[in-house]
Design a protein. Structure first.
Length: 280
């Protein structure tokens, strides 16, 4: 009777088991591979945002409460709320925040970062939330000896090393003076006392900064306007699903006037979400 039973070699049974396990493992890996950065953000329930905390009026600490606030800080908070996510800010220098987005340490950078062709090759930018142009902060008593961008040659220009504005300063022959995430007061006071000569930067941020320190010998140059700019939130090039969701709620905020309200709060009643037209 035993002769009628079929017995399979042990090696065949082991091989079959390995194939079954391999197939199961393959399905598991495939499922894991389908999980996106957006899936992970939703699962964790948190949006991580890099910002400086030192840039009036887009990212700074309220002098009375010490709470982190500013135009882009509040825009980012509203974006997270509309995406049903908590928000976690990490304060760091300009160069470091772009690296952190690139390496996936944070989801978004929000710090008045201008959209450019070079940056769009490395990152995804959201729908623009701010339009502006470049200006120059100079000494009030003599305009730092500068009447146009051509006069920057040999002058000491303060700013972040990799900013678009520092690139312009270098192109015109200025000597660059860089800081490690310094506050606006440090930048502006150095111009006032002659340690540096000029700060090339965004018009709205510069206007806010100069107004915040009326005792300093600084002013916005009356004749220098250049480089119309657009600013958006910055995301990793691979995080397309995150970018789609961020754009969805930003467009809602533009349509319902939320970004206009936030802008007027931090930019003295100005609506920076409206495109500007300047004479080159």
């Amino acid at each position: 009777m035993l002769k009628n039973k079929k017995f399979f070699p042990l090696a065949s049974l082991i091989a079959s088991s390995v194939l079954v396990l391999a197939a199961c493992g393959g399905n598991s890996d495939e499922t894991a591979e389908k999980a996106t950065a957006w899936d992970e953000i939703q699962e964790e329930g948190k949006l991580t945002v890099a910002t400086s905390g030192t840039l009036l009026a887009t990212s700074f600490h309220d002098p009375e409460t010490n709470e982190l606030t500013g135009f882009e800080v509040e825009v980012a908070r509203e974006v997270a709320e509309r995406l049903d996510l908590e928000i976690e800010f990490t304060e760091m220098g300009f160069d470091e925040m772009l690296t952190s987005v690139r390496t996936g340490q944070v989801d978004i950078a929000a710090n008045d970062i201008e959209i450019s062709e070079d940056r769009e090759e490395e990152f995804i930018f959201s729908t623009p939330i701010k339009y502006s142009y470049g200006t120059a902060v100079v000494r009030k008593d003599d305009l730092s000896g500068i009447s146009s961008l051509e006069d920057l040659e040999g002058k000491k220009a303060a700013g972040a090393a990799t900013s678009i504005y520092m690139e312009i300063a270098r192109e015109y022959g200025a000597e660059e003076v860089t800081y490690d995430n310094a506050t606006n007061e440090v930048y502006l006071r150095d111009v006032s006392i002659g340690r540096t000569d000029v700060i090339l930067n965004d018009y709205y941020l510069s206007t806010f900064g100069v107004a915040a320190f009326p005792d300093l010998n600084i002013t916005i140059h009356p004749d220098i306007k250049y480089l119309p700019s657009e600013v958006g939130l910055v995301m990793n090039k691979d995080n397309t699903e995150l970018a789609e969701n961020v754009d969805r709620v930003i467009n809602e905020m533009l349509e319902d006037g939320t970004i206009t309200e936030i802008s007027k709060e931090f930019f003295g009643g100005a609506d920076v979400s409206v495109e500007v037209d300047i004479e080159e």
